[in-house]
Design a protein. Structure first.
Lengths: 310, 279
């Protein structure tokens, strides 16, 4: 088997993972570069499975994985000393207050007791739990539990963070604050991170690159700007007439078309072509264009195209 | 404007070598347990038989005419037998929640995302229970041997019973390991420490009751290997060079103990994982 490219912080080569007879990842080959990378996909796409495989919790049936240049199959413990993992589900050590819990996690990660305790205080302030750090973790609200999960992942100062749905269950204000923290970690503190989420705005706000998973396979990956295709124009259309026939005609003419809620169609046209081409097709298909507005490509378009949504 | 903004700082201090996390787990667990006053009460109670035995050794050394108090190897065996009751209660109290509570709080994924292996996690948890169990078995038994030498002012008893130190050590460790591995394996099967406690007590007493019933019907003790405490009794008698109390071959009882420990390790290997796979 050929050597994996050592430059990405995480590299997967033909990785397959199955739960019994159910394949969760199928022949996944992907590279996560330095900085912040979003791991996008609908529920059940295999995002969490991929993170758990990288942590060594799940053993792939085939393929190879490298994290920070180390092979997951042979150096899982060494890798885990350099990464922080924020799991999707709530998790804590029973009977501990926040500062004891985070300090304990620091010690587990190899920090001396005094340093771990000092880091615990600092990190808890950083994630916004400074005032609540002596409260038992079991009494925390959902939003606070998300923050403490981030704190325990950060306490030993990892080089790489795995964040699994970090904004789950948070109120809008808390969500914004969490996204600010993630963005700060990636862009100001220079910690590489992989953010697994099905929330496109979260990924778009915090990440520079994205890997899109669907049904256990990679369907798109690369810099978000490149995937959006900024050299293309997007028009939002609302029509009166046979929508299916019109969508078919657009597809035949080589235009990419996504239907959204509220009867709006997003149609991608090449930069050199304008709305005139759309009017021509509408005329030919005998549909009325009731609304036409220029728009910009979004990550939602990338996602919709990648997972085959129409 | 705040005087000092609390922000994230990179860590430049030293890090311990991997492979020491079990000690962190063990020390934290021990600290948590001894913070409970009721448990300290139980530990103190577990030392009452030691005090009684120590007084008896003192009286024997001071008043040799009381033959009733004479010290023999059998007394050390009986002492460890008595401690079996406390081993049971401490095992249930400390051991039932060791893994179950972590499973209930989804803590396994936190533990195993740190640089420690599953073996280290299990060893750390095991050490918590083993430490307390040895504190009420091996430690007082060895102290009694030391007191015997101190009170009698000679090594003659020890010299005549040279096998006693290894016998006490081997039996105490077997007693402790059997209890610790069994309860830890049961603890990994559930998220409820209460359920684990009931399961352990059930396995302990039910197996003994089944053996008792068979003995009542057949009058034979050949099936003592069915009983958890029965195996330990049989093994103990052999280790202390005493007349075996059951007719089960010693090898069978040793094998039963080994199988229970091996089965427990197998269960732990399957159940202590960062991710629970339901097929």
């Amino acid at each position: 088997m050929a050597e994996l490219d050592p430059s990405p912080v995480v590299a997967l080569e033909s990785v397959s993972v199955a739960y019994g007879k159910n394949a969760a990842l199928r022949d996944v080959t992907a590279a996560f570069s330095e900085g912040a990378t979003g791991l996008l996909g609908p529920n059940g796409a295999g995002k969490s499975t991929l993170l758990k495989a990288l942590l060594g919790f799940l053993v792939p049936s085939s393929g190879r994985m490298k994290v920070l240049g180390l092979d997951v199959a042979t150096s899982a413990v060494g890798i885990r000393s350099r990464i922080g993992y924020m799991p999707e589900t709530d998790g804590h050590i029973p009977g501990m207050n926040a500062v004891s819990f985070v300090g304990y996690c620091g010690q587990l990660a190899g920090l001396p007791a005094s340093d771990a305790m000092q880091r615990a205080h600092e990190v808890l302030y950083y994630v916004g739990l400074g005032e609540a750090r002596y409260r038992n973790v079991e009494t925390y609200s959902t939003g606070m539990k998300q923050r403490i999960k981030l704190a325990q992942a950060l306490v030993h100062d990892p080089d790489l963070l795995f964040l699994d749905e970090p904004t789950n269950g948070m109120d809008p204000k808390g969500r914004d604050e969490m996204l600010e923290l993630v963005r700060d970690l990636a862009h100001e503190k220079h910690i590489h991170l992989i953010l697994s989420s099905h929330l496109l705005p979260d990924v778009e706000y915090t990440c520079d690159r994205v890997v899109v998973l669907d049904k256990g396979g990679v369907v798109a990956q690369g810099p978000i700007d490149a995937l959006k295709g900024t050299r293309r124009q997007v028009f939002e259309l609302r029509i009166k007439g046979d929508r299916h026939a019109f969508a078919g005609a657009l597809a035949n003419a080589g235009f990419e078309c996504h239907e959204t809620d509220e009867d709006v169609m997003r149609v991608f046209v090449a930069a050199e072509e304008g709305a005139r081409a759309l009017f021509a097709i509408a005329d030919r298909e005998r549909v009325q264009v009731r609304h036409l507005r220029p728009s910009v490509p979004t990550l939602e378009d990338v996602f919709a195209k990648a997972v085959g949504e129409k | 404007m705040p005087i000092h903004d609390q922000t994230y700082r990179r860590y430049a201090g030293k890090r311990d070598q991997t492979g020491q996390a079990w000690m962190v787990i063990a020390l934290n667990g021990i600290r948590t347990i001894i913070a409970k006053r009721l448990f300290i009460g139980l530990l103190l109670m577990a030392w009452i038989p030691f005090v009684v035995a120590a007084v008896s050794i003192y009286l024997n050394a001071s008043f040799p005419q009381f033959t009733l108090l004479s010290i023999t190897a059998q007394r050390f065996r009986d002492f460890l037998d008595t401690q079996g009751v406390f081993v049971f209660f401490i095992t249930v109290w400390v051991g039932a929640g060791l893994v179950a509570n972590d499973k209930r709080a989804n803590a396994l994924q936190i533990y195993l995302s740190k640089p420690l292996s599953r073996t280290e996690y299990i060893v750390g948890k095991l050490v918590i229970l083993v430490a307390f169990l040895l504190l009420v078995t091996w430690v007082p038994a060895i102290l009694l041997l030391v007191l015997q030498v101190a009170f009698s002012g000679s090594f003659s008893f020890v010299r005549q019973n040279l096998y006693l130190f290894p016998a006490v050590t081997i039996f105490a460790f077997l007693q402790v390991m059997l209890a610790a591995f069994t309860v830890l394996a049961l603890s990994s099967l559930s998220k409820s420490s209460r359920y684990v406690a009931i399961l352990y007590a059930g396995a302990y007493w039910f197996s003994h009751a089944v053996f008792g019933l068979i003995y009542a019907i057949t009058g034979s003790t050949r099936l003592s290997w069915l009983s958890l405490p029965g195996n330990l009794n049989q093994v103990g008698d052999i280790i202390f060079r005493l007349q075996a109390r059951y007719s089960t071959p010693a090898a069978v009882s040793f094998l039963a103990v080994a199988v229970i420990i091996a089965l427990s390790i197998w269960v732990l290997e399957r159940r202590v994982r960062g991710v629970e796979v339901v097929s």
